[in-house]
Ligand binder design. Structure first.
Ligand code: NDP
Ligand code: GDR
Length: 372
């Protein structure tokens, strides 16, 4: 039985990857952080009681800032494959907490690689590094491919640049099987609530149900190449099954604006939305309503506004990936389109919003977090 160790198992990708590996018969170990509230919601459905024999899903307390604990977990598990998905992964937050972001995302990667080397596992353990399209930042060519030069634009991206090169360096210096997946944005109903797609699907579903008045957004002209996390974790695994380690761009090759994503989400709720004004004065107004998913709204309601507090000190305006290498060498192609993914996300967030609205109608108020 193969053993995998996943950092960031409680995150979006970690949860899908854990499911994927369990289905393939792996024993899956994951590192979770100690938190003051439960933080395992994304993996609770695959939790296995450790008191029962032959559990194949095992969680360890740990943190990427703590070498001693990474070495201990690595020694206890001796994994065949390590997937380093743990990170302070929010670009805007990295401007607020640059040093912590570097500690986790950059040095955390080094700590893991060193743990493998320190324990003499270089020959046995394969290493996947969650690299990112943010490395391209101010993109030097379009579309971006494996050979496109990097120009990171945030403390997050700079930290990930260090981690990228550490994975390359350990491959070259010690012959380790270490790969970078340069993944473009990927989303799902499990996406963190403050990333733009989920903020939109959740926010509009809440507004439609009368739980929030308006969605406040940053730069809605930003262009991204959005795929589905389920497609992307499959590729993370495929990269570690090759004869030799290599780096791959994972993307759909299609690009849309944040504004378009808002329009699709509104359409899923039966709303036609038109944008007017520009810059910080741009608003999204309801111009048509079909169906019963938006009982709280009327034509003419302004439900999207721009708020400069969500602008970033340095923005990545446009990213578009070229996944040709992954297609040619590994036969990987994404199966879920951005529009299908948007529909799935809205449907899930609408279910939750309807539950909240029902509780509210019966006098059982539940707080709805709206901070983006
Ligand atoms: P999430 O933010 O959903 O998950 C991040 C995970 O890392 C969580 O499990 C989080 O724990 C954990 N984590 C955070 N800080 C630490 C720490 N100090 N020590 C240990 N674990 C920590 O990210 P995604 O699942 O979306 O992304 C997975 C990886 O892929 C990340 O490295 C991200 O930077 C990278 N990436 C993501 C892309 C995307 O579009 N999703 C694209 C390209 C790269 P907790 O649950 O407790 O917060
Ligand atoms: P990104 O994702 O920064 O690309 O990083 P995010 O969804 O946060 O932003 C995408 C684009 O949307 C613009 N935007 C807003 N973003 C947020 N979060 N909130 C807003 O209100 C808002 N309004 C407009 C942003 O400015 C940006 O241009 C994600 C993360 O998952 C990283 O970890 C990963 O490496 C990259 O994707 C690839």
């Amino acid at each position: 039985m193969k053993k995998a160790l996943i950092t960031g198992i409680t995150g979006q990708d970690g949860s899908y990857l854990a499911e994927f590996l369990l289905e393939r018969g792996y024993e899956v170990h994951g590192i979770k952080r100690r938190a003051s509230l439960f933080n395992t919601q994304r993996v609770d459905h695959i939790y296995q009681d450790p008191h029962v024999n032959n559990s194949r899903f095992i969680l360890h307390y740990g943190d990427l800032t703590d070498s001693s604990n990474l070495i201990r977990i690595m020694r206890e598990t001796e994994p065949d494959e390590v997937y380093n998905l743990g990170a302070q992964s929010h670009v805007a937050v990295s401007f607020e907490a640059p040093e912590y972001t570097a500690d986790v995302d950059a040095i955390g990667t080094l700590r893991l690689l060193e743990a493998i080397r320190f324990l003499g596992l270089e020959e046995k353990t394969r290493f996947y590094q969650a690299s990112t399209s943010e490395l391209y930042g101010l993109a030097q060519e379009t579309p971006q491919r494996e050979t496109t030069p990097f120009h990171p634009r945030s403390p997050y991206a700079v930290a990930k640049l260090y981690a990228y090169w550490m994975a390359v360096n350990y491959r070259e210096a010690y012959g380790m099987y270490a790969c970078n997946g340069i993944l473009f944005n990927h989303e799902s109903p499990r996406r963190g609530e403050t990333f733009v797609t989920r903020k939109i699907t959740r926010g509009l579903a809440n507004i439609a149900q009368g739980l929030e008045p308006c969605l406040y957004m940053g730069n809605i002209g930003a262009l991204r190449d959005w795929g589905h996390a389920k497609d992307y974790v499959r590729m993370q695994w495929m990269m570690l099954q090759q004869d030799a380690p290599e780096d791959f761009v994972i993307a759909t090759g299609k690009q849309y604006s944040v504004r378009e994503f808002i329009t699709w989400s509104a359409a899923e709720l039966g709303l036609t939305l038109e944008f007017s004004g520009g810059g910080v004065d741009e608003v999204g107004t309801v111009t048509g309503i079909a169906g019963g998913d938006a009982p709280a709204l009327s034509v003419g309601d302004v439900i999207v506004r721009v708020d400069p507090r969500y602008f970033r000190p340095a923005e990545v305006e446009s990213l578009l990936g070229d996944p040709s290498k992954a297609k040619e060498k590994l036969g990987w192609v994404p199966e879920i389109t951005a529009q299908e993914m948007c529909a799935e996300m809205v449907a899930e967030d609408l279910k939750t919003a309807k539950r909240h609205a029902l509780l509210r109608a019966h006098g059982l108020e539940l707080p709805v977090s709206v901070e983006g």
